[in-house]
Design a protein around this ligand. Sequence first.
Ligand code: WQD
Length: 339
Amino acid sequence: MGKILVSGGAGYIGAQTVLELERAGYHTLVMDDFSNSSPLVLQRLADLLGYQVEFVESQIQDLAKLEGVFSHNQIDAVIHFAGFKAVGESVAEPLKYYDNNLISAISLLKMMKKYDCKNFIFSSSATVYGASEKMPLTEDMPLGPCTNPYGWTKLMIEQILRDVAFAHPQLSVCLLRYFNPIGADASGMIGEDPNGIPNNLMPYISQVAVGKLAELSVYGNDYPTVDGTGVRDYIHVVDLALGHIKALEYATKHTGVAAFNLGTGKGTSVLELLHTFEKVNNLHVKYKIVGRRPGDPATVYADASKAEKILHWKAERNIEDMCRDTWNWQSKNPNGYQA
Ligand code: WQD
């Protein structure tokens, strides 16, 4: 098999996926502009693998560099992670999100067509289901409307992929709809390192635990849930990465578009996650209850049975593993990849 182009392969999920792909014997080529990642990630991957992965520093939209990758390598598949993903920032700067996220996907698809690359694995999100109240979410449920430009970019790219696959029947596309990725590689050498103050729950918890932040604000405890706090489907980043390998194997044997929920099928509340983190790691995380965050649904979790049936993939790691691996990463890297 030729190379797997991994766009955004120096990012949190991208780097774990590169690691698992290489461990499984695939040959990856990473493209990343380090807008939301660090060059140190590539060094950590080299330390873990015993060799440097192939890398091109570039924005995906840099067509000269992108053409260079496709013309000098046999690219058999693309796994597309590169994209901006901060929900709040997307509301404040919609054009930044539409330009970057849509143009990078379109640039890749045009280059794939030119060089006859037929397999595209897309990093999508449960956010494409919009404000559905019916749980668990299944892939055949109606999509949208989204509550923010970030979510719209994911839904628009899914639509672009459906239209391009319809026009080019030999194209094979997997839409992987992530739920809430958390955790880290068991080595503790790579993990989540958000820019600035974390928007998401787990990195905020781990930064309070390591002393970088003072106290977690729990956004509301008046939801109709087990303890009043928000319930989500947290999935270990290693399970998520392994799901991409199963999707790649599926894509190379099929054509057309297939969507898959990558979740565990289980919901966990904010306080359940926080107390599990404390118990597993034998520490205390200071928190206070504050008002709801606008736009947050009470409960979101996946029906992950389609991925199990079709991809022969199922999340194996539990909430305790996610909490243990997150702390192993954060405690070894209190400042993430910053010195
Ligand atoms: C989880 C729960 C919050 C922070 C987001 C994106 C989604 C996807 C995953 C990319 C909720 C609560 C959070 C905090 C809190 N990203 N919370 N205090 O909102 O489910 O999903 O990340 O695809 O698109 O929307 O994840 O981690 O932000 O929140 O109480 O400081 O934790 O209210 O119940 P979310 P999250």
